[in-house]
Design a binder for this molecule. Structure first.
Ligand code: 5GP
Length: 193
């Protein structure tokens, strides 16, 4: 059986990468979405083990020390990381896996899996990004400002990615990412034959 492939999808908070990933998952049975672990508090509507594994700092640090995380990062005072075991198993089972993580994590994943594919979701403009971040309404002004700063730092790293997809139209952006995944998958199948 052909091993699955890792697709890392990054982009600033508010660029729409969560929605894009959700649409990709719904339309392809061979895709799995890695569920990250975080020490941040759940937002309203977020579900344990679906959106994240929400854990205490000690539990996160323990797993990190045991080598149980493929990558991790600290963002706005919270830890985020990708549990390794599920990824290894899914790849073996032939699934393509999407990791929705930031650029720090993306580059760590590339160190472990050099043939992973890095895709950056770009908001159409800084003004639009600002509107999307402040429009979310679930956080304080200070937290929003911090997210905006993080977003600008994230965009500065986009030239390190294999692909940049501008999300000015959701359907078109989903289609573009789907095309990239198919193209990269065909490449793997052809070199394995
Ligand atoms: P949020 O708090 O909005 O869910 O996520 C904040 C940031 O953390 C986003 O840029 C998101 O992509 C990133 N993130 C989520 N999960 C992970 C992870 O497992 N590892 C890393 N490195 N970043 C993550």
């Amino acid at each position: 059986m052909t091993e699955g492939k890792l697709f890392v999808i990054s982009g600033p908070s508010g660029a729409g990468k969560g929605t894009i990933c959700k649409r990709l998952l719904e339309s392809d049975e061979n895709i799995r979405l890695s569920v990250s672990m975080t020490t941040r508090q759940p937002r309203e509507g977020e579900v344990e083990s679906v959106d994240y594994f929400f854990v205490e700092r000690e539990a996160f640090e323990r797993l990190l020390q045991e080598g149980g995380l493929l990558e991790h990062n600290q963002y706005c005072e919270n830890y985020y990381g990708t549990p390794r075991a599920q990824i290894v198993q899914w790849l073996r089972e032939g699934y393509n896996i999407i990791l929705e993580i930031d650029y720090h994590g993306a580059f760590q994943v590339r160190d472990s899996y050099p043939d992973c594919v890095l895709i950056f979701i770009m908001p159409p403009s800084i003004e639009e990004l600002e509107a999307r971040i402040t429009g979310r309404g679930t956080e304080s002004d200070e937290a929003k400002q911090k997210r905006l700063q993080e977003a600008l730092g994230e965009i500065a790293q986009s030239d390190q990615y294999d692909y940049i997809v501008v999300n000015d139209d959701l359907d078109a952006a989903v289609e573009r990412v789907r095309e990239i995944m198919h193209k990269e998958e065909e490449y793997v199948i052809s070199i394995n034959q």
